[in-house]
Design a protein around this ligand. Structure first.
Ligand code: TPP
Ligand code: SF4
Length: 282
């Protein structure tokens, strides 16, 4: 039986005291322990940013890649060994801005990865510029007159692209978040968990209190298989921010569609350089 201590890493952590990332890190450990996944069976891929440092603080396989490029790395890793549990730890800037094109195509391909998007509505690491999810009107040092465009809606976009698992969590609701992460990992196919996360140093609008006043669990009678109901929730009609599973519907993942991978992962196939040589010669 595994405990959260089995995922503990001693790597020095310099996140600001009070940062929502701590709640996400704790929920990740508790989700992994709850699923009984041993560290060597897990790969966490990240891009660049405060959120992207998360794998340093976990004991498992980790690939800290380039800004916006976590999803292509995770895609390659999953295709190489689809028996590995692959998670992506990314920020709103990393995933929806710099990596927006990869976000779109990973969903379309239904890559079996669980994306934990630490959504703090700001570029934290580079000290507070607006991100794609910053609210219209939010003032930053770079946008002193306030952000002049509307915020990107990751849930509505993921749903409209056909993502099979779309959920929203909050770093201040650890038990719920841990359950969402477990459900995302269990889902076979692309899973997005957009996690609302206060950045106490640079986002003075979306504070802990601001979220506490608005976050509500999705109503129990919500039908997770009803895409239109999920879209309606994602588009929102009032100030409330529903948390929980918006949509869940399985379909064959990318590796399920590749005949050669039906019996065993690519890593277990014999390497036959003569075939490659023949191909190149041709
Ligand atoms: C190609 C490239 N462009 C820009 C940067 C600078 N940069 C580093 S992190 C970052 C934004 C990170 O914001 P987010 O993904 O929201 O993560 P956070 O730090 O808020 O967790 C930027 C623009 C970079 N490292 N590489
Ligand atoms: S700058 Fe913001 S996101 Fe980064 S560690 Fe501090 S509070 Fe967290």
């Amino acid at each position: 039986m595994l405990s959260t201590n089995d995922y503990h890493s001693d790597y020095p952590n310099h996140w600001c005291p009070g940062c929502g990332n701590f709640g996400i890190l704790d929920a990740m450990k508790s989700a992994l322990a709850g699923l009984g996944l041993s560290p060597e069976k897990i790969l966490i891929v990240s891009g660049i940013g405060q959120a992207a440092k998360t794998p340093h603080f976990l004991q498992c396989n980790c690939f800290h890649s380039l800004h916006g490029r976590a999803l292509p790395i995770a895609t390659g890793a999953k295709i190489a060994n689809h028996h590995m549990t692959v998670l992506v730890s990314t920020g709103d800037g990393d995933c929806y801005g710099e990596g927006g094109n990869h976000f779109m195509h990973a969903i379309r391909r239904n890559i079996d990865v669980t994306v934990l998007a630490h959504n703090n509505g700001v570029y934290g690491l580079t000290k507070g510029q607006a991100s794609p999810t910053s609210m219209e009107g939010m003032q930053t040092k770079m946008q002193p007159g306030g952000v002049i465009v509307g915020a990107f809606n990751p849930l509505a976009v993921a749903l409209s692209l056909g993502a099979g698992f779309v959920a929203r969590g909050f770093s201040g609701e650890g038990d719920q978040l841990s359950n969402l992460i477990q459900a995302g990992i269990r889902h076979r196919g692309f899973a997005l968990i957009d996690i609302l996360q206060p950045c106490v140093s640079f986002n003075r609008v979306n504070t802990h209190k601001w979220y506490k006043d608005r976050v509500v669990p999705i109503e129990e009678n919500h039908n997770e298989t009803d895409l239109i109901a999920a879209l309606r929730l994602a588009l929102g009609t009032d100030d409330r921010i529903p948390t929980g599973i918006y949509h869940r519907m399985e379909s064959p993942s990318y590796t399920d569609r590749i005949d050669k991978l039906k019996d065993k992962p690519l890593t277990d196939h014999r390497y036959r350089p003569e075939l490659l040589k023949a191909l190149l010669n041709d």
